[in-house]
Design a protein around this ligand. Sequence first.
Ligand code: GLN
Length: 552
Amino acid sequence: MNKSSSSKSKKTKYIFITGGVLSSLGKGIASASLGILLKSRGYSVTIQKLDPYINVDPGTMNPLQHGEVYVTDDGAETDLDLGHYERFLDVSMTRNNNSTTGQIYFDVITKERKGHYLGKTVQVIPHITDEIKRRMTSFDKHYDFVLIEIGGTVGDIESQPYLESARQLALEKGRRNCLNIHLTYVPFIRAAGELKTKPTQHSVKELMEFGIVPDILLCRTEHKLSKDMRAKIGLFCNVNEDSVIEAGDVETIYEVPNAFAKRGLDSIVLKKLGMKEHELNLETWTKFTSRVKNPKYSINIGIVGKYIAYQDSYKSITEAFIHAGAINNCKVKVQWLDSELITKENVADSLKGLDGVLVAPGFGSRGIEGKITAVQYVRENNIPFFGICLGMQCAVIEFARNKCGIHEANSAEFKKNRYTVIDLMPDQRNVTDKGGTMRLGAYPCILDKKSKAFAAYESELIYERHRHRYEVNNNFRDTLQENGLVLSGLSPDKRLVEIVELPDHPWFVGVQFHPEYKSRAVSGHPLFAAFVKAALKHYRAVHDTSTEEVTE
Ligand code: GLN
């Protein structure tokens, strides 16, 4: 557990964030935004996400349904909201920051099988709720604030044990130490020409049935919420008017902290919890958001993947491009390219006008040949290329086929033949359990000092997060190297290839790990920054004749 912020024992304050009316209102962003505001006032903050689904973790869920699986340093496969927490708060999350109903039941049932409950009837209350509270309080005394985001919406049958646990915890910790924020939706009905508060009233009523009285209402709305409207909501929902806060649409999610600060959210939270209002210092954050909003250049980067129908599948990648764009004074316009539709015949057309191409991570054989075709095209046409995990594996396969003459080169994930340049390591074979066979979490990597990777990181030893089964097959290392592929990042014992690159190409880098997970809003990620820089150079070579240096 990351308890580094805990120099002394703290009196932890708990803030519960629930949602009502409908999903996708942005509870994750709201939680992360409040988190950064409290942190910018000098407090230590962490955020927990409680997911009401029965899967033990989202690792085996289809990204098209649930979005990206986010991986922490300690190798937990978690909900993508943890990515928002890390990007906003600039702290590393751990497996303790995310629990699912599946995990909670799994633990309780395991204890029951071991006789832990001494013959008692095991029930939702108190056994499941006790386990939820144990998890809710796992950061107790280590942070000033623990924000707890309860997934789903109030009224979902699955959320009930969490709401009950939140109610009990307030009783145990004292009401002065707990706060409830409810995020709701105030729709604008065009036919009536007005905003409607009824859904919010219903949602709050439902919350109150669980014994939870909201202290603050965050009202998502596409229109201005007038003072009268806030007073009306306050009256019906038993919340004072000042604590009914408009949460309107903003240009970028990174503006939400500033928008909340403008409406005084953090100061209301501190007052209600009896905490000192240290000065708010949002300077670095605001500089970052203004760079995001006012870029000088605009470049096109293609993402080749097979989950493009649901772009949350690549959330951390698209966010990393926003951060890298801010560093390079440019907006990165992402073009989504379905790998299943790319063929040798249409690749030139499909990739036309792109300043860089990222080949995305993924599992399974669908769309592989399209990815390999895209890699060949950008390699031969000097277009900056960034391959992540499966994207890197495709680059190795492409290089083996077209530069080393191993025409049948493939990955053992897709085809078992004698030319599996990507394969399981010998000690990985014979494992069948889908949940637990991957290399997960942060691993060290040593960089070749002459490489583009080193130029980006400016450090020889790096740690990056992994989520994959297959590796570069060491039997083919010599052939790959003899033909010009540089293995610029290796595990410290040199057994695992972590980065490949081409020295005679403007920027061609493939990484076995997932750098996107570690891109933070304000600081970005060195590889994304370097890739965007190369893409910008490509753009300027084509469109811009001025010689002015790009500011960093
Ligand atoms: N399917 C590949 C593997 O398991 C790559 C995984 C990924 O891209 N995350 O090795």
